[in-house]
Design a binder for this molecule. Structure first.
Ligand code: NOJ
Length: 523
């Protein structure tokens, strides 16, 4: 156990900085706000925070369009505020991860401003410029994840540039060694400043096929589905050369000591696990495992998914689980408020590093955003098909003060309607709350080596009943979950008969007969 790296037994808490805590009355969260709330996070029991991008940005994609990789956007604060936050986090034993966005920059980044200024600018090849197809149209059929052609015509220089996301987010050309060197310096800059790791945005998108062939058309696409699904991203993502880049990032991380790299990758498991690299040439420490976000919520399906993932991990590859993030519908909306408590038990007792998205510890659901208040470019580009991310990015609710004490101004997005009861202060005072359940589970992870680092053994999976054991040495923990709304009986294995219920999703006490949406941890 002592050999384990800190990030193996840690829980990572994702902070969406615009929505966490405003300290200067502009309706938007900021770094001083985060610092002011660190003690609450310590009390909750988290080990590390990952903060979505805080760098200078025109905010076309709310910070995922970076105009300066080594600064802080004034809306979030200053570099001095950042240093102060980092020191305050470290003083409390909390690690801090930043969000690296290496696939693309903002179109306002000086690199792109230079690149688009003329065809013979030295930075022209830092981005992906191509001549039109013979008919004058885009060079190929690649589609932006946010809808429409991924190619934008530039009249001044008579070429198209490629953008996997918004046209304000031109893709960098990672086949150019100068780009690679410049971005590796960004990693060094922040590591030298003392951060503990990076979450790497769309890692699997970074290298494209050198010849830019058309992507295969998706015969299953229908109107109402997002535009990007018209084609399979066969040639525009997940190219073999990416692994060499991930390995170089890993070398830089390792050279700075106990740091961690987490890759954002939406791929099937066999492709996903390649991002761990090999024993000789390791890639990122944790390729994000998003399977719980899209999982079918029944026991055989979840058990099979866990088994397949465990079996696919390469030697030394440490698992991880994610229940939600700033891009996907919240768990309380996907499975309902009561079942979200069971999902929290699942997230915090599976083998591997869990990532918890801010607000999920309060059981917040997606918030309906009136059309005139929509902010997310993804929703604005493709309205009404469920792609908008504003509903999961609404402000944190801290107490019963005005605007739940998130801000003294008008919040940039509305709060959830039930914020007066669903907030940290109220839930902290209610032993039956989601916040307190989360706190209890995090304390159990610290108390039980089996939960933090132990093996996973399946015990039962039928209908809505899922049970598994976590074991390390003599420490054994049994987890029994009812994934549905009808009671489930469970035959407690002999070895577990002496164990006590140490956490319950709904507060019952009989693991042999689970009520609706009940779940137990026995230790
Ligand atoms: C993934 C991020 O999580 C998302 O919010 C962003 O829009 C895209 N990458 C583009 O950077």
């Amino acid at each position: 156990m002592n050999d384990a790296a800190w990030w193996q037994s840690a829980i990572i808490y994702q902070i969406y900085p615009r929505s966490f805590q405003d300290s200067n009355g502009d309706g938007i969260g900021d770094l001083r706000g985060i610092e002011a709330r660190l003690d609450t996070l310590v009390e909750l029991g988290i080990d590390a925070i990952w903060i979505s991008p805080i760098f200078p940005s025109p905010m076309a994609d709310f910070g995922y369009d970076v105009a300066d990789y080594c600064g802080i956007d004034p809306r979030f604060g200053t570099l001095a505020d950042f240093d102060s936050l980092l020191a305050a986090a470290h003083a409390r034993g909390i690690k801090l991860l930043l969000d690296l966005v290496p696939n693309h920059s903002s179109d306002q980044h000086p690199w792109f401003v230079e690149s688009r200024s003329s065809r013979d600018n030295p930075k022209r090849d830092w981005y992906i410029w191509r001549d039109p197809a013979p008919d004058g149209g885009p060079p190929n059929n690649w589609i932006s994840d946010f809808g429409g052609s991924a190619w934008e015509w530039d009249d001044a220089t008579g070429q198209y540039y490629y953008h996997a996301f918004l046209k304000e987010q031109p893709d960098l050309n990672w086949r150019n060694p100068a780009v690679r060197a410049a971005m590796m310096d960004v990693l060094r800059f922040w590591f030298a400043r003392g951060i503990d790791g990076f979450r790497i945005d769309v890692l699997w998108h970074m290298v494209k096929h050198a010849d830019f062939p058309d992507n295969p058309v998706n015969a299953e696409w229908q109107p109402g589905m997002p535009d990007y699904m018209r084609v399979h991203q066969t040639h525009s993502a997940d190219q073999p050369e990416i692994h060499d880049i991930a390995a170089e990032m890993r070398q830089i991380a390792d050279a700075h000591g106990a740091r961690v790299l987490i890759g954002e990758i939406y791929l099937p498991v066999p492709d996903l696990v390649r991002y761990y690299g090999t024993v000789d040439t390791p890639g990122v420490h944790l390729p994000f495992n998003f399977q719980l976000i899209g999982a079918e919520w029944d026991a055989p399906a979840l058990a099979a998914m866990i088994d397949a993932y465990e079996a696919a991990l390469p030697p030394g590859g440490w698992p991880n689980w994610v229940l939600g993030n700033h891009d996907r519908p919240r768990i309380a909306t996907r499975v309902g408020a009561e079942q979200a408590r069971v999902a929290m038990l699942l997230l915090l007792t599976l083998r591997g590093t869990p990532t918890l998205y801010n607000g999920d510890e309060l059981g917040i659901a997606d918030v309906d955003i009136p059309a005139e208040q929509v902010q997310d470019p993804r929703e604005l580009n493709e309205p009404g098909i469920g792609m908008g991310r504003d509903p999961v990015r609404t402000p944190m609710a801290w107490d019963v003060g005005p605007n739940a004490s998130f801000t003294s101004a008008t919040p940039w997005l509305p709060l959830h309607a039930d914020w007066a009861s669903r907030n940290v202060a109220v839930q902290r005072g209610d032993p039956a709350s989601m916040w307190r359940l989360t706190q209890k589970l995090l304390a159990l992870r610290r108390a039980h080596p089996a939960l933090a680092l132990g093996d996973y053994h399946p015990v039962a999976a039928s209908g809505a009943l899922l049970a598994y054991e976590r074991r390390l040495g003599t420490d054994r923990v049994l987890v029994v979950l009812n994934l549905g709304g009808t009671p489930q009986s469970f035959a407690i294995p002999e070895w577990a008969e002496g164990l006590a219920v140490v956490a319950a999703a709904q507060g019952g006490a009989d693991p042999a007969l689970l009520g609706p949406h009940e779940g137990y941890v026995l230790a």
